[in-house]
Design a protein around this ligand. Structure first.
Ligand code: ATP
Length: 453
């Protein structure tokens, strides 16, 4: 696809997200706040489905992982010990011509000279370190002693609670602690819709192990995480594993992979999977003076565990899901004439609404009553949407556009008006193939739950 059709595609996606209530600009009526986004009624459902599925496969379906939910505000000492206060920064450059603030790696290079990507200007300042953490004060006095930061990652809460969680969960190595939560980074240049935001959510797992298992578990988790993306509907050929080079890798990491996805705006990171050695726990043990060691009952040895960290972004993955699902195809309108249809082909597991229920006509009481009965029946198992307004074809299109995988229509056959055989059956329409099958109402919950779980 050409760059211009990719950017048109992205524009259509952004506009659909707003029009149908997936994602809005934060504080929009006041002109917005750069790098911050709100999720609307459909966006919040999609996000929940994503987080719940991550939690299900990472925590519930495993014996060796437990969860936790740490506070966003932590003692400043955490950020000193972790190295964030001194080194969590991006090199920032100012363009003296157009006054743009840029990340040094966003400059373009032409004939060996660095240029501003906005105006092409070459009058640039030297790069200087810009700390990405949002500073705040805790308590009534705003002085040096009350400073702390909004967390730029969720992981540190896991490290500093390592001992408590180990004691209460009575896990043996290797085992993991998982967490989903908000993180904040004062990004120099937020861009590409929600891809680079200042407030976002992470899904992080810290998988603790013995030093000798680290490299092998790094490979294991990279593969697990690739499977995860495939299971939510991102095909393997759109995913890429980048081995982070020695120069780019954090000095304490013995191996890091970035899992990348082909977004319409280019190949970009979805997740980092890093073998972080025993760096984090060692730093916190040193700084706090509290033991963060593990006691191996078999060998009677005490040591600081190593850790492998798969760290994924909720918002980036959600954006990838929408980009991957977005499609335009041809479908017949009411009169059988072909027209362009916009459809979000979400994996049914991720779709915000699983099934829409339609009475064929809204002014026929028995059709409406039956349709509402079906809504009540299905609501216990999944998110359902009832729609009685407009021609049936138009109602299908509205659901296609938000990715609802199944549509149930109650018609005169359902009421038994065309013979007893079809009484209490409905048509079940598939979003992607647009094919319809006739199924008994009583079988709907089991048919649909099997297809969405
Ligand atoms: P990048 O190089 O793109 O800034 P990073 O390498 O700094 O990302 P990590 O610190 O490894 O990112 O964070 C883990 C994950 O958290 C990322 O893979 C991404 O999914 C998510 N994430 C990080 N920063 C942002 C952001 N500004 N907006 C949205 N998601 C983010």
């Amino acid at each position: 696809m050409s760059a211009s059709s990719d950017s048109q595609r992205m524009e259509k996606i952004v506009s659909l997200c707003k029009r149908r209530g997936f994602i809005f600009q934060s504080s929009e009526i006041y002109g917005g706040l750069n790098g911050c986004w709100d999720y609307g009624p459909l966006g919040v459902e999609l996000k929940r489905n994503l987080k719940n599925y991550w939690w299900r496969v990472t925590v519930h379906e495993r014996d060796d992982v437990v969860g936790m939910d740490g506070a966003i505000l932590m003692n400043r000492a955490v950020w000193k010990a972790s190295g964030h206060e001194d080194t969590f920064s991006d090199p920032m450059v100012d363009c003296r011509s157009c006054k743009a603030r840029l990340r040094a790696d966003q400059l373009i290079e032409k004939k060996g000279a660095k240029q501003c990507p906005n105006c092409g200007g070459k009058d640039l300042t030297e790069p200087r370190a810009f700390n990405l953490m949002f500073k705040t004060y805790v308590g009534a006095t705003e002085d040096e002693s009350s400073i702390t930061y909004l967390r730029p990652e969720t992981a540190q809460a896991i490290f500093v609670q390592f001992k408590n969680v180990l004691e209460v969960s009575r896990k043996k190595l290797p085992f993991g602690i998982a967490q989903i939560g908000k993180a904040f980074r004062n990004e120099i240049n937020p861009r590409n819709f929600t891809f680079r935001s200042r407030e976002f959510e992470q899904m992080e797992l810290e998988y603790f192990c013995r030093a000798e298992e680290g490299m092998q578990l790094l490979e294991y988790w990279k593969e697990e995480r690739l499977k995860f993306y495939e299971n939510i509907g991102i095909p393997r050929d759109k995913l890429h594993v980048k081995t982070v080079s020695d120069e780019e890798r954090a000095f304490y990491s013995k191996g890091t992979y970035d899992i990348e996805y082909d977004f319409p705006f280019g190949r970009q990171e979805l997740e980092g999977v890093a073998y972080r050695t025993d760096y984090d726990l060692s730093q916190h043990q040193k700084a706090s003076g509290k033991s963060l060691e593990y006691f191996d009952e078999e060998t009677k040895q005490k040591f600081i565990p190593h850790v492998v960290e798969p760290s994924a972004g909720v918002d980036r993955t959600l954006l990838a899901l929408i980009c991957e699902a977005y499609a335009e195809d041809q479908a017949p309108d009411e009169k059988g004439k072909m027209e362009t249809r916009t459809v979000l082909r979400f994996h049914p597991r991720m779709a915000p609404i699983k099934c829409a229920v339609f009475p064929l006509l809204k002014n026929k009481e028995q059709l409406v009553a039956k349709a509402k009965e079906i809504v009540d029946l299905l609501r216990l198992h999944m998110s359902v949407f009832y729609d009685e307004s407009g021609a049936i074809g138009r109602r299908y299109r509205r659901q296609d556009e938000i990715g609802t995988p199944f549509g149930v229509t109650v018609d005169f056959e359902t009421l038994g008006e065309k013979g007893r055989q079809l009484q209490d059956t409905v048509t079940l329409r598939d979003r992607d193939s647009m094919k319809q099958e006739r199924v008994a109402i009583k079988d709907l919950p089991s048919i649909l739950t099997a297809r969405i779980s």
